[in-house]
Ligand binder design. Sequence first.
Ligand code: G6P
Length: 617
Amino acid sequence: MCGVIGYVGLGANPDFFFNGLKRLEYRGYDSAGIAMLTSDGTISVERAEGKLANLQSKLARLPAKATVGIGHTRWATHGRPTENNAHPHRSGDIVLLHNGIIENYRPLKEALMAKGYTFTSETDTEVAAHLLNAEYSALPASLPAFEKMQKAIYKTVAQLKGAFAFGILCTKTPDVLYAVRLGSPMVIGEGEGEYYMASGITALVEHTRRVMFLEDHEVAFLRSSGLTLTDFQGAPVKRDFQKVEWSVSMMEKGGYRHFMLKEIHEQPQAIAQTLQGRLEREAGRVNIVDYGAAALPLKSIDRLQIIACGTSFYSGLLAKFFIEKFARIPVEVDLASEYRYRVSTVTKNTLAVAVSQSGETMDTLQAIKFARSSGAFTLGVLNVPGSSIAVACHAESLIHAGPEIGVASTKAFSAQVTNLMMLGLALAQERETMKPNEIGQVIEELVKIPAFVEQCLGLSDAIEKLANKYHSERSILFIGRGPQWAVALEGALKLKELSYIHAEAYAAGELKHGPIALIDEDLTVVCLAPRDEYYEKTISNIEEIKARGGKILAVGTEGDKDLMALADDFIGVPPTSSIVSPFATTVPLHLLAYWIAVRKGTDVDQPRNLAKSVTVE
Ligand code: G6P
């Protein structure tokens, strides 16, 4: 959580920092701040509570141009979202901002207070600012300021426990930007006579596509003339810059009212990009791994553990149905936040798959590290290049969905499911549970998905009308069977996070074991019942709802008269195979959550209390 941006070079204006923070606002949006340091050593800091827009009116108080500066948008962990708690924090000559959590901040704070440091915020970050200042001030005044800063940074990080990405300025070194990383993301960008730092590449691509991902235990000392990279002991580190493929237009709304709506509409493209270059249609083969493929022992894998959070968890649940079917292999899907608190049962033949859009989710990162240290082979199914989870895994498979800015994940979900289905096929081919022609048949279905999703996007206007009817519900139940159960879970999550309407999903067959008690004339149940192998049974469950007076919003196959007769409202998706079907029914549920949120007037792209990249446990 939290977004950080930094600059060093011939000169950047306040808008540079503000616009960079706008690109990172999805990472946190409860307060923000900017510090700019001019070449004469004058530092200016402006901070504001609330959304980034509140900082805009203060930009005029900052210098027109500065050689070095940093900015921050916050997702509160320690301390309420007030201006005092907003970053950056200052201590003497030092100004610092932080993404992460300093776990041992209490004893450090007490020690610093005993030394006479006064705290003006409730944050863990201010501890780091004072500690760095204390270490810096303790060094002989005769040493050059830059050398003092280097030494002080190494001494400071050695005392901190937790996760941190720091951006630091020192008024005595107005030509240097310091970037530090342990456990929270930090990307360095290279321009012409200037360098940038940020929590994510979304903030950099409008300035440069040449980036370098800092790794844990590294510090970058950035000057307009060049950069030095060291580890936390001061030993030099060498790493080259690489080119990223993301472009500015991918991060604009492109005429859509919200990023979320744009990203829902980008699903056909996202799925197509995930499939691209990985399928050998004629030969009936797939290859999904981008790096680490050679080491990935697919043949000997006898069990899969999919580990994820939020929407990514539901993509794992959905993919489970297909992977088990294709590869005849047991698949467990675990919530990352629970996974590592259980006794590990992995063996060297376990493939642990971390599924994460951001690649930075702390729960998933820690869980996959745990799986790896327990002996599993680890694979990251990820969207953002160069992420912490990619570094933590043996192998990586990118979903190539492009930047996802809306906090609620949509296109990444569909792309993840597609990717995991291909993993199922890759396992099937190595384990020989499917013949090449059978794999070829599934491939033919996979390549149809984008076109079907495109057709379902045409339902948007009809669903907007339905949203007018359902937006004032207090609670909505979702049901589905088989893969549609996972879709129901995803639909309920989307609805609650966007519209704040209580929503719950149940496996349709489980309805009679409890939730049926909730059904009366006031409860709406979204019933997923496309014509698939589970259809008859799901229809029986819908009858049970009808018999108890519940309202039924059915999502089924176009023209299904039986279902229409049962339903109060009906959304029809084109008839498809069982492989394409969950993608088709996901679209109306994403659109339903979207339009209900719009109708209710909630903040669609940045729902309250949430952040897109959750880097705390
Ligand atoms: C947060 C986001 C969700 C996302 C989840 C997992 O909670 O708000 O939209 O599904 O994190 O994120 P990941 O980046 O690991 O997929």
